[in-house]
Design a protein around this ligand. Structure first.
Ligand SMILES: [Zn+2]
Length: 313
């Protein structure tokens, strides 16, 4: 496989879909809804990636499904894999093992048919403790990124950060580790501002200036709702755009599925159809996006649909 920076020059790169919600549906991941209110952005042991060490076959199988659907990039399931988040889920002592095993499984399945990206997300410290915690965030993000580098990822996908300020820290850690990084913010409750009040255009500029090889948005919105914010980013930067929308319907009042009452136990009632991912693929091609995939709610059928849209002539 060519490196990600080369792939981005040769056309739209097709990523994979969402792991934690799909594995939760299959019975391997805990949504946390039985213990606490989910959807605050500050959850304790919710949607963490210990499946890598507890049920590796389930994770391997989902990687295979995405690969067979055409994904050129497989994300190691290291989302919410900082020691900070894993501590709250009771898996802090397994931080090294979860990150190492997740990368090993993704690489095993990818072989020479796909690149492997390490997924890194927010520590949730900013949501819990405010901006004064960014120093602690830096230590946790740097630790996870070092583990991912040692495990042999090809590049990083920094995703589902709510605050641009914490994303900046993550991008600095990626640069210090010498790993290329795709950077995507999750906008909630509306697409107009990040949680620290920065517009999509400002986010795009700042992330590009910090060396991100592609910038954009992921999670929270269905593709149609996400496209306008991507266009704002397009106008603000010349680096490739990245988009991994969710496959759940949002509303005019709330552009964020994790803030809707259906999250997490009635997601079936707001699932969008694969057809909308065909249309997303067409839009991605017509508007020149660089990296596309899906986030929560997006299984291999949606990646196939996305591929179909990209191929439509
Ligand atoms: Zn998501």
């Amino acid at each position: 496989m060519k490196p990600i920076t080369e792939l981005l020059k040769s056309g739209v790169v097709l990523g994979d879909g969402g792991y934690l919600i799909e594995l939760e549906r299959r019975g391997y991941v805990d949504s946390g809804s039985g213990r606490e209110k989910v959807g605050t952005g500050r959850g304790s042991g919710q949607f963490t990636p210990e499946v890598a060490i507890e049920n590796p076959d389930a994770l391997r199988e989902l990687h295979r499904e995405f690969l067979n659907a055409g994904s050129q990039v497989l994300q190691a399931l290291t989302f919410f894999g900082t020691r900070e988040k894993l501590n709250r889920a009771g898996y802090g002592a397994d931080t090294e093992r979860i990150n190492q095993v997740a990368v090993k499984l993704a690489k095993e399945v990818a072989g020479d048919r796909a690149l492997v990206a390490g997924s890194v997300s927010r520590t949730q410290l900013t949501e819990r403790e405010g901006m004064g915690s960014l120093g602690k965030s830096r230590d946790h993000l740097a630790e996870q990124i070092r583990l991912l580098k040692d495990a042999g990822v090809d590049f990083l996908i920094l995703e589902t950060f709510f605050h641009l300020a914490e994303m900046q820290v993550a991008l600095e850690c990626a640069a210090a580790a010498g790993l290329p990084a795709v950077a995507t913010i999750s906008f909630r409750p509306l697409i107009s501002k990040s949680s620290d009040d920065r517009t999509p255009a400002e986010c795009a500029r700042v992330m590009a200036d910090l060396g991100a090889i592609a910038v954009g948005a992921n999670c929270e919105q269905d593709p149609r709702r996400m496209l306008p914010l991507l266009r704002e980013m397009r106008a603000a930067t010349s680096v490739p755009l990245a988009a991994q929308p969710a496959a759940f319907r949002t509303t005019e009042q709330c552009h964020s599925f994790t803030r809707l009452p259906a999250f997490p136990d009635e997601l079936e009632t707001i699932q969008i159809s694969r057809r909308e991912f065909v249309q997303f693929g067409q839009a991605a091609r017509n508007e020149g996006l660089g990296f596309v995939g899906g986030c929560c709610g997006c299984n291999a059928a949606y990646i196939r649909a996305l591929q179909q849209g990209l191929d439509d002539r």
